[in-house]
Design a protein around this ligand. Structure first.
Ligand SMILES: [Zn+2]
Length: 166
């Protein structure tokens, strides 16, 4: 295992990206993540705005919905210095309606809540395969911006999502 990852990537992709607990993922960085890291760095070097977004993991993309309007939340990133902060927010104009104002939630916060509900809070998702199994166990997640509540619905028949990742 080579640790040639920069602090930028460590913070942006690993810690914030997959919501791993600090100290929990050490030695668990997969080739997939390493490859993502290299792609991200290459894109960053090319200085094309917006391009790096595609390589940042969004485990709940398409699964998390706005509690106010029912439309799927989209992704949003803010870069401060060397760290990428990720958010899900209501920006969909589907149905000809304006996006809901102020519907924005930290991706780490909502992903952690779902991981906890699935019994996976200890080490998070360590591979693409785990992420795919995790996603397939979730029917939908609803974020209510007014109350801050996160409702998590697993697919019928999935009694223990953690078991499907074994
Ligand atoms: Zn909305």
């Amino acid at each position: 295992m080579q640790y040639t990852l920069t602090n930028y990537v460590y913070a942006g992709l690993v810690l914030d990206g997959y919501g791993f607990r600090k100290g929990c993922h050490e030695g668990l960085i997969t080739k997939e993540i390493y490859d993502q890291v290299q792609a991200l760095l290459a894109e960053r070097r090319s200085r094309k705005p917006g391009r790096a977004k595609a390589t940042i993991p969004w485990p709940l993309l398409g699964l998390v919905y706005c509690g106010s309007c029912g439309r799927p939340l989209s992704t949003h990133t803010i870069r401060r210095g060397s760290v990428v902060y990720r958010y899900y927010r209501c920006r969909s104009a589907a149905g000809g309606r304006e996006p809901c104002k102020g519907v924005l939630v930290r991706a780490h916060e909502i992903e952690s809540a779902v991981l906890q509900a699935a019994g996976l809070e200890q080490c998070g998702l360590t591979s693409k395969e785990e992420e795919a199994a995790f996603q397939s166990a979730i029917r939908r997640v609803v974020f209510e911006a007014d109350t801050g509540r996160i409702q998590i619905e697993f697919r019928p028949g999935v009694n223990s999502p953690a078991a499907s990742l074994a």
